[in-house]
Design a protein around this ligand. Structure first.
Ligand code: ZN
Length: 411
């Protein structure tokens, strides 16, 4: 890794300290935050916005310039009439990694200081299981990416791993996967890799990506639904991600909406996820084939155990009628669940994300029909239903942004 890390040390220490040196650190952080927001500012603009004297601002800007964290973007005419230099962040000053862990693969990407995704590797084969071997496999994939020729010489400040299930972002514990000992999972991986690690719930990381770099424009009250193997939710209220007390908000899939006497993988029965998820889609597909429905995906029920959610999505894209019917049914159940949320939260925008949205209109249209049918029309007329813009990259963009913004205290 590059030796630049020592110059960026001040971004990694968050302890309260006194004295002039610490005041300097706070001001450096404030200038970085301001430039993140404005993209480019002059010294008088920085001094005025942060209420610091021009000589002090000049001294700190000079230090940041020397350390290669900010750059002179050129002179333009200032209000006073004299050309003034504009300063902005340096894209290559430091980088952040976002790792999106799915059931059967991992997506991983590199984000630069100015929030550009500069490198991504999608669908690296992986098998998510709650075992030490699966965790080891995850660490090996992460280490391999860090050693990648296009990554190895760069300064990586932090990593965020997005994982399904219950995550506490403050203490770095994952309660659903890899909770083998007292040490938080984030700390365990950090000790192995040697770079600061954060954890985030997968649906919330995707939502975060979509809120900041996706379909969201000025909307402040947004729901992001992640319909994949499971069913998750990210919530944006008044422009902020909503976590709940311990970070367990958004367990949308486990709303007990059905009297189907079906045991959910969470242990309860009748959860929305038992009728509206990739897992439900697989079960319905198996039941349909066994009761005689024909499909182009398998020719006999003996082949069912090799079928994946991905196969059925591909089936729908290739006009397989059974796949289309089942995905439409899933959409309808999802819309019914969403009606509960719309009545409760009155969102401006609902974004559908996750693998099942790759079926286009088949999922979208039935979701919309059920949403309109089951929610109050006065309330749902306020809510726009959209498909994710970042699609497969939502998770890595979101996770890498979280890694960046938590280090820069923008989170
Ligand atoms: Zn459940």
């Amino acid at each position: 890794m590059s030796s630049n890390i020592s110059k960026l040390d001040f971004l990694l220490t968050h302890e309260e300290q006194g004295g002039v040196a610490f005041k300097n650190v706070i001001r450096k952080r404030e200038i970085i935050s301001l430039l993140d927001l404005t993209e480019e500012s002059t010294i008088p603009e920085i001094a005025q916005s942060l209420n610091i004297s021009v000589p002090t601002t000049t001294a700190i800007v000079t230090e940041l310039l020397e350390d290669g964290i900010i750059e002179d973007c050129g002179k333009i005419d200032s209000i006073a009439g004299r050309p003034a230099s504009h300063y902005g962040l340096v894209s290559e000053a430091c980088y952040f990694i976002g790792m999106d862990v799915r059931d059967t693969y991992i997506n991983i990407g590199l984000l630069d200081f100015k929030k550009n995704l500069t490198l991504s590797e999608l669908e690296i084969p992986f098998h998510l299981e709650n075992t030490a071997e699966s965790l080891e496999q995850l660490i090996v994939i992460l280490q391999k990416f860090i050693n990648h020729p296009q990554v190895g010489n760069k300064t990586i400040l932090s990593i965020c791993i997005s994982l399904t299930g219950r995550i506490n972002i403050d203490n770095g514990y994952s309660y659903s996967f890899f909770h083998f000992d007292e040490e938080p999972l984030a700390k365990h991986i950090e000790n192995r890799i040697g770079i600061k690690v954060f954890l985030e719930n997968d649906s919330r990381a995707m939502a975060y990506g979509e809120f900041h770099k996706g379909v969201v424009k000025n909307e402040k009250n947004v729901l992001f639904v992640n319909i994949d193997y499971g069913l998750g939710l990210g919530i944006l209220i008044d422009g902020k991600v909503y976590y709940g007390k311990s970070g367990f908000s958004g367990e949308f899939g486990h709303i007990p909406l059905f009297s189907n006497e079906m045991i959910c993988h969470c242990g309860k029965k009748g959860c929305l996820e038992t009728e509206a998820s990739g897992r439900a889609l697989l079960r319905m597909f198996g039941e349909a084939v066994k009761s005689g429905s024909v499909t182009g995906i398998v020719s006999a029920s003996s082949e069912l155990n090799t079928v994946t959610v991905h196969d059925i999505i591909k089936g729908a894209q290739q006009e397989d009628v059974l796949s289309i019917e089942l995905i439409s049914k899933i959409g309808y159940h999802l819309g019914r669940g969403l009606a509960v949320l719309v009545n409760l939260l009155n969102p401006e925008l609902i974004i559908l994300g996750g693998a099942l949205t790759n079926t286009g209109d088949y999922l979208y249209l039935t979701t919309k029909i059920a949403l309109n049918k089951y929610s109050l029309s006065l309330v749902n007329s306020d809510s726009k239903l959209s498909i994710s813009k970042l699609k497969e990259k939502a998770g890595i963009v979101g996770a890498a942004l979280i890694a960046r913004n938590r280090i820069l205290s923008f989170y």
